[in-house]
Write a new protein. Structure first.
Length: 228
């Protein structure tokens, strides 16, 4: 049987050019991810993990190479098509939650879909279900400043899922949390992955937690060192 992949990166190159130097960060990187996999990316600081995640999420362009999401070649698309795809098919979780300070937890989860065409009532129902799933229905009226760090990240997880994305990209989602909250967040991501067959690609410095996933990819010297 032929293997099919949800996300593929082919021969990615990325340079950063500043006034004084050209930095070759990704050097022909290849990557293949199947639906439902929970994959961790580890690597030294400055090795290009965030750069890679931004390119896979179409927030940035590679200098060479392609990213294919379910048979769609990303960088052949127009900016407006890419914006739609990013908004509907990819979920992002960052190190800092990026929640909007003047809105409640529930409104923050709803926000990505309020911009779209869905009815407010339906969006609210979905957002409540997601808050329940991340264990925060009892905090729905709290604003971000009225939530703990771990709770804010769980709201950010719920927000990333409101569109039912095909893949969730997370850049050090527990970088800001204490160890108990980190473990709780990873357990949440793991159960979401298993129960909903959701695909996660997570950058982390925490190798112990990364062991809980299906695969750990090591990004060193611009490529994945342990590609099968
Ligand atoms: N906009 C930019 N212009 C120039 N150089 C950049 C730019 N963004 C990143 N870099 C450089 O590219 C390299 C890779 O950066 P990146 O943020 O991808 O690393 P990282 O693996 O995520 O590191 P960390 O673990 O510290 O978050 C770094 O050496 C960084 O200094
Ligand atoms: Mg980074």
């Amino acid at each position: 049987m032929e293997d099919s992949f949800l996300l593929e990166a082919h021969h990615l190159h990325k340079y950063y050019r500043t006034r004084v130097e050209s930095l070759h960060v990704l050097k022909g990187l290849d990557l293949k991810i199947r639906t439902g996999e929970m994959i961790f990316i580890v690597g030294p600081s400055g090795s290009g993990k965030s750069t890679l995640l931004h390119i896979l999420g179409s927030l940035d362009r590679p200098d060479e190479g392609e990213v294919i999401l379910e048979d769609e070649i990303l960088f052949e698309k127009s900016e407006s098509e890419l914006a739609r795809l990013r908004n509907q098919e990819i979920g992002f979780i960052f190190q800092f939650h990026h929640l909007l300070p003047d809105f409640t937890a529930l409104e923050n989860v709803m926000m990505p879909q309020l911009i779209g065409r869905m009815k407010r009532k339906e969006v609210q129902k979905r957002a409540k279900d997601l808050l329940q799933e991340v264990g925060l229905l009892n905090r729905e009226t709290h604003r971000p400043s009225e939530l703990s760090g771990g709770e804010k990240q769980r709201v950010a997880v719920a927000r990333a899922l409101i569109h039912s994305p095909k893949i969730v990209l997370a850049d050090e989602p527990t970088g800001n949390l204490d160890s108990a909250s980190s473990t709780a967040l990873y357990n949440l991501l793991l159960s979401l992955s298993r129960e909903r067959n959701l695909t996660f690609l997570i950058v982390t410095h925490n190798e112990a937690l990364a062991q809980k996933g299906d695969r750990i990819l090591q990004l060193v010297d611009g490529i994945i060192q342990n590609n099968p």
